[in-house]
Design a protein around this ligand. Structure first.
Ligand code: FAD
Length: 317
């Protein structure tokens, strides 16, 4: 079922969902199940599965370093299929521009359709680790909006090299990313919202936000998006701080601000166990306020560990 249908069916009640990351190549999927199992009691109608783009690794061959391109966390679609099969829940694979040609994207979407997947999250992806700026893959898309256009086209039978008239077209519901504190490359929040509106105009059905730690940023973003004419659901994505290092890492990677009170509370912690508890408590407060404000879904970035998400969900749902 589509994410937008789940939201409609909930009739204003806030739903619980979360995002998972495929394990590093060679690790067991059981680890993933062990982290999903405790969250299933909160009835997520859908689970997002991220996609990681390729990166360079250096292999030592008798003292000479061989540079190879590899994907460290493959398996997004396989994980989607296995989760749907095991838990009978909808999954949302993240589909990227970076690292994929348009043809590869088409084949991926065909696989999604065969697997009965109804939703995809259309994203540009970040620059490769060794690059400063995002460079489109040769034969791939430059912006998420181009990807939205491709998915939307496929919904009408418009494959890359032919139009196929059939009653077996996919009907993907398309999610896109939104940034309450603006995307790091956008010249202003206003221009970023204009770009977001383009993704919606091309056919995106809902938005999931980047993490934020101050709800006011989300509320103001939603107001600005509505003022710009964006009417689709805007799902807040939130994440509990879990280790002291997050105070520097999260702003650096995701360009988000951390409120002073939260910084103070984390800095006063003696151990990472205390930090985890501070993160849980902050996230409970954030979740409760967002729920009271009537957000359609609370979407948690689990980063592979679920004990803190469970502690939050227990208080909120
Ligand atoms: P876009 O919408 O293409 O925007 C990128 C930048 O280009 C923005 O600054 C925008 O303002 C600008 N822009 C857009 N269109 C135009 C245009 N026509 N002309 C000029 N400028 C334009 N990354 C992963 O690698 N894997 C994941 O699974 C993943 N999941 C994510 C899930 C969520 C909910 C979010 C919020 C992010 C996720 N990301 C993921 C990160 C994402 O790929 C990066 O933030 C990336 O840098 C931007 O992706 P986007 O889809 O927002 O890009």
């Amino acid at each position: 079922m589509k994410v937008t249908e789940h939201i409609k069916k909930a009739k204003g009640e806030t739903l619980f969902s979360f995002e998972i990351i495929p394990p590093v190549k060679g690790r067991s999927i059981q680890e993933l199940y062990d982290n999903i199992d405790p969250l299933m009691e909160f009835n997520p109608p859908f689970i997002d599965v991220t996609t990681s783009r390729e990166e360079y690794v250096y292999i030592d061959r008798d003292g000479l370093l061989d540079k190879k391109l590899t994907r460290m966390r493959p398996g997004t679609l396989g994980i989607c299929a296995s989760i749907t099969h095991k838990y009978n829940v909808d999954t949302v694979p993240h589909v990227l521009c970076g690292g994929f040609t348009k043809e590869e994207t088409e084949y991926l979407l065909v696989d999604c359709h065969y697997l009965g997947i109804d939703n995809v999250m259309a994203l540009r992806g970040d620059a490769m680790k060794e690059e400063k700026y995002f460079e489109p893959t040769r034969g791939g898309h430059r912006f998420a909006s181009d990807l939205v256009k491709q998915v939307k086209g496929l919904n009408k039978g418009n494959y890359l090299h032919e139009v196929i008239e059939t009653d077996n077209c996919p009907d993907f519901c398309i999610g896109v990313a939104g940034y309450p504190e603006k995307h790091m490359e956008a010249p202003s929040l206003k221009s970023d919202i204009k770009r977001l509106k383009e993704k919606i105009a091309l056919g995106a059905d809902y938005v999931v936000t980047q993490m934020f730690f101050d709800n006011q940023k989300y509320f103001e973003f939603v107001d600005a998006a509505r003022e710009a004419g964006i009417e689709v659901p805007i799902i807040p994505g939130i994440k509990p701080i879990a280790v002291k290092r997050h105070l520097h890492l999260l702003p650096q990677v995701f360009r988000v601000d951390i409120p002073e009170d939260l910084i103070d509370a984390v800095e006063n912690c003696k151990t990472n166990k205390d930090v985890r508890q501070v993160g849980i408590e902050w996230c409970i407060q954030q979740s409760q306020e967002l729920k009271e404000a009537g957000v359609p879904v609370l979407h948690y970035y689990s980063m592979g560990k679920s004990d803190n998400i469970k502690a939050i969900a227990k208080e909120v749902f």
